[in-house]
Design a protein around this ligand. Structure first.
Ligand code: FMN
Length: 347
């Protein structure tokens, strides 16, 4: 089993992660990993924080001479904007963020005590973990990629950027939709035998754990609601070189809680960023008087970046399912089992 934990505050010293369960003998390419971190910082509509943080990951442990040891991997990303102890107290929670409920739940009288951890800065740790997982998946010819499909209801690239410009001009924010596609996934990851082993459930869980993701759809998704069965279920074919295959992929590569060998296709909806330049009504958590919500530096739109985070958590969950299915102590062991299985299901 693969598992990870992250720690770190947005303006704290650093963001860290420990990834446990990665097999021994995986070649680690730090350059590739840092490309993933850079990709998380890009996208039209990002805020000034992205100009401050030149994210780079350091591997603190679990790797020797560029190869994983099978022991926990410690990942470290420095925060350039480290000033958590000097930041002023904030008592005006932002609607749409964790501020209010976080203060009620933990007994804080400074919303900063909540937002420092609730901030999507945390996702840099998840991208660092995902970058290791992407290297693992690459060894089996599996890749995961995201694409922005819509921003503020617009689907054309130019119009999407215009929506972001409009939001920025109005001191507002805007959300959207991105797709995620994993290709090269063998049939049989996940399982139908128990609810918590279903691959779709596991993917929906990790994808909706990304801040601001409000809907996750597989394949045809909500489109199934208005269709007849004969029109949407993917008929089954067989050829000697391909094995079993489909000519359509409305299922989005998952049937009965298992990957079916077709590309896994997911669509995620992101709500508009909660911090808005022209703040909404709020209430001071100490005085209980009406006020306006706090305004922190913010992204006008972060849909492309959320797509990169989603690639990372999907890469983690697919790696986890691979290790489960094919054994997880060394890369040689996983590869041997993988090859025998793939050969077996074709014949
Ligand atoms: C890549 C990324 C960047 C984000 N940037 C911001 C931001 O600059 N300001 C902000 O208020 N929220 C930002 N968010 C969204 C908040 O973290 C999110 O709205 C908040 O956690 C509440 O959403 P939830 O109810 O889904 O947890 C970002 C989210 C992601 C995935």
């Amino acid at each position: 089993m693969l598992r990870f934990l992250t720690a770190g505050e947005s303006h704290g010293r650093c963001m860290i992660a420990i990834l446990e369960g990665m097999p021994a003998g995986l070649k680690i390419d730090l350059k590739e990993m840092n490309i993933e971190l850079k990709r998380r910082q890009l996208g039209y509509g990002r805020g000034d924080r992205m100009k401050i943080e030149g994210d780079n990951v350091d591997i603190l442990c679990g790797v020797k001479n560029g190869m994983t040891l099978g022991s926990p991997i410690g990942l470290y990303v420095k925060n350039s904007d480290f000033r958590i102890d000097d930041l002023i107290t904030l008592t005006n929670p932002r609607p749409g963020h964790a501020d209010l409920v976080g203060c009620l739940k933990y007994g804080h009288e400074d919303i900063r005590n909540v937002l420092e951890r609730a901030s999507a800065r945390e996702t840099v740790s998840r991208v660092a973990v995902g970058a290791v997982c992407k290297l693992f998946l690459e060894e089996f010819g599996i890749s995961v990629l995201s694409e922005v499909l819509a921003i503020g209801g617009e689907k054309n690239k130019e119009k999407m950027n215009k929506k972001i410009d409009q939001a920025r001009k109005n001191l507002d924010t805007v959300g959207g939709i991105f797709s995620l596609t994993a290709v090269g996934v063998p049939p049989g990851l996940g399982s139908y035998v128990a609810a918590d082993r279903r691959l779709n459930a596991r993917l929906a869980g990790v994808l909706s754990s990304i801040p601001a993701i409000k809907a996750v759809e597989f394949g045809l998704g909500t489109g199934y609601a208005s269709a007849f069965g004969r029109a949407v279920h993917d008929a089954i074919y067989y050829s000697k070189d391909k094995g079993f295959y489909r000519k359509t992929n409305n299922a989005g590569g998952i049937e009965g809680g298992m990957s079916n060998g077709e590309p896994i296709v997911v669509r995620c909806t992101m709500k508009p960023i909660a911090t808005v330049g022209k703040p909404l009504d709020s209430v001071d958590i100490v005085t209980k008087k009406s006020t306006k919500a706090a305004v922190e530096r913010y992204d006008t739109c972060a849909v492309a970046a959320a797509g990169v985070v989603a690639e990372s958590v999907m890469a983690f969950e697919l790696s986890n399912a691979m290790v489960e299915k094919f054994g997880g102590d060394s890369m040689n062991e996983v590869k041997r089992n993988y090859k025998a299985y793939v050969k077996g299901i074709k014949t």
